[in-house]
Design a protein around this ligand. Structure first.
Ligand code: PXP
Length: 246
C-alpha cells in the first residue's frame, strides 16, 4: 500500500513567525500520526528558518512511525543524522533564498561527494533517499552513489496541472505525469524504491498515487493548509483516503 509522509515544516514556520513556542511541530507530528501518517518528515535547514534542532531531537524520541529527515549533504547535517538516526534521510539541494526546495538534487554533478555522504549515512543505519528530477542521468547517478530510494520531484507535474485547467488529460500535464512514471520505472529497474513528492494537493495527487510501483508520497503544504480549517488529523485522513482510492 502507498505510504504517506507528512511534512510538518509549515507548522514550525508559523511558530518562527513569532519566535514563540506554538504551534509545536511535535504536537503536529502526534496529530498527523493519529490521522494515519506513515511517516513524519522535517527539513532541518542550515539557517534553521523553521524546524530547529530541538524539534528533531524531540521528534526522534516521540514519533512512532518512520521519521524522515530532509537535509543538505553538508558535514553538519550528516553528523546530526548519524547521531539521531532517523529511519530515513532525504538529501535535497538547499538554497538560502529559496522559499521552498526548488529543484532536484544534481546527483550527476557531485557523485564523489554524494557517494561519501550516502555511505556515511548507511553505515549509521539510516536509509537514504535522494530528491531528484525525473531525468535518466540523475536516476542512474543516484544508483551509482548507492541511494536506496529516489523521490521524484513532482513540482513540474503540479505546475502543469494548475497552468492547464487542472486537467490531467491536457497533453502537457499528461506529459509531465508520464515523465514521473518513466522515472519511477527506471528507479525500480535499478533496484531502488520509488517515492514522489512536492506541490501535491488534494486536487492533483491521485494520478501520481496511481503510478505503478510507487511506495511513498511526501506532502506538506497542502495538508497543513487544509489543517488550518479542518484540523491536522482530519486533513491527513482525507489525503490518505485519496491516496488509497487512487
Ligand atoms: N519532498 C521534498 C523533498 C521537499 O523538500 C518538500 C518540501 O519541503 C516536499 C516533499 C513537500 O512539498 P510540499 O510542501 O509542496 O507538499
Amino acid at each position: 500500500m502507498r505510504q504517506l509522509g507528512v511534512n510538518i515544516d509549515h507548522v514550525a514556520t508559523l511558530r518562527q513567525a513569532r519566535r514563540t513556542y506554538e504551534p509545536d511541530p511535535v504536537w503536529a507530528a502526534a496529530e498527523a500520526q493519529l490521522g494515519g501518517a506513515d511517516c513524519i518528515t522535517v527539513h532541518l535547514r542550515e539557517d534553521r528558518r523553521h524546524i530547529v534542532d530541538r524539534d528533531v531531537e524531540l521528534l526522534r524520541q516521540t514519533v512512532s512511525v518512520k521519521l524522515n529527515l530532509e537535509m543538505a549533504a553538508t558535514d553538519e547535517m550528516v553528523a546530526i543524522a548519524c547521531r539521531l538516526k532517523p529511519e530515513m534521510a532525504t538529501l535535497v539541494p538547499e538554497g538560502r533564498h529559496e522559499i521552498t526546495t526548488e529543484g532536484g538534487l544534481d546527483v550527476a554533478g557531485q557523485e564523489a561527494r554524494l557517494k561519501e555522504v550516502v555511505a556515511r549515512l548507511k553505515e549509521a543505519g539510516v536509509y537514504v533517499s535522494l530528491f531528484i528530477d525525473a531525468e535518466p542521468q540523475q536516476i542512474e547517478a543516484a544508483a551509482r552513489v548507492g541511494a536506496q530510494a529516489c523521490e521524484i520531484h513532482t513540482g513540474p507535474y503540479a505546475n502543469a496541472f494548475y497552468a492547464h485547467g487542472r486537467d490531467v488529460e491536457h497533453p502537457l500535464v499528461a506529459a509531465e505525469l508520464a515523465k514521473v512514471g518513466a522515472g519511477g520505472t527506471a528507479i525500480r529497474q535499478l533496484g531502488m524504491r520509488f517515492n514522489a513528492g512536492h506541490a501535491l494537493t488534494y486536487a492533483n495527487v491521485q494520478p501520481i498515487a496511481a503510478l505503478p510501483g510507487l511506495c511513498e508520497l511526501h506532502i506538506g503544504h497542502s495538508i497543513v493548509s487544509r489543517a488550518v480549517f479542518a484540523g491536522l488529523r482530519q486533513a491527513v485522513a482525507e489525503m490518505k483516503a485519496l491516496i488509497r482510492s487512487a
